[in-house]
Design a protein around this ligand. Structure first.
Ligand code: MN
Length: 197
């Protein structure tokens, strides 16, 4: 079977983003991202998702981190959509319950093509390093809209904001890996409708 690869580039007056990812990789991240904390999260996502992930992202970080994170999410979402292709022969659903010390995140997703985000999680700090805590939700919203993914993120509990973010990003990776896993016995899409889009 062929490798499932997606590439996406985006250049605007605010940011310049390039993404290349493969589902059938080794979890290796090659990142050149103008936000240290975001890079740390993408590394976790790639590793736990079993994704080869290259992201180059620069932009108007003198304003704040909003455009960079959101636009990277758009490109990663689009690259995921491309890499998933017709979504034939994949498990479709995936979930993960990931602890990080005192934090516990539940992540459940459906690669059925329908964009929807449910996000229940609170951060007590405004910033994590150079990353605005509120951008965790915005990043995953961009992924769901542009990737055709239904995603439910429920932070069950947690105190340390770094731990909370890590549990969420690792959980997304783990759930994505399970949902995108190929099932040799499945020669169609995992839907009684016969299509996923
Ligand atoms: Mn860490």
């Amino acid at each position: 079977m062929s490798n499932r690869i997606g590439t996406e580039t985006r250049k605007s007056r605010e940011t310049e983003i390039a993404v290349e990812l493969s589902f059938d990789g080794t979890g290796r991240a090659v990142l050149n991202v103008d936000n240290g904390f975001f890079g740390h999260m993408l590394e976790l996502l790639a590793f736990h998702g079993g994704l080869d992930l290259q992201v180059t992202a620069s932009g108007d970080t003198h304003v704040d981190d909003h455009h960079l994170i959101e636009d990277a999410g758009i490109c990663i979402g689009k690259a995921l959509r491309t890499a998933l292709g017709d979504r034939v022969g994949i498990a479709r659903y995936g979930s993960a319950l990931v602890p990080m010390d005192e934090a516990l995140a539940e992540v459940v997703l459906d690669l059925g093509g329908r964009p929807y985000l449910v996000f229940n999680g609170e951060f007590s700090r405004e910033m994590m390093g150079d990353f605005s805590s509120e951008m965790v939700e915005e990043f995953f919203r961009a992924i769901t809209v542009h990737g055709g993914i239904t995603l439910h993120i429920n932070l069950r509990y947690g105190k340390n904001n770094h731990h909370i973010a890590e549990a969420i990003f690792k959980g997304f990776g783990q759930a994505l890996r399970r949902a995108a896993a190929r099932n040799a016995a499945l020669s169609t899409v995992a839907s009684t409708k016969g299509i996923l889009d």
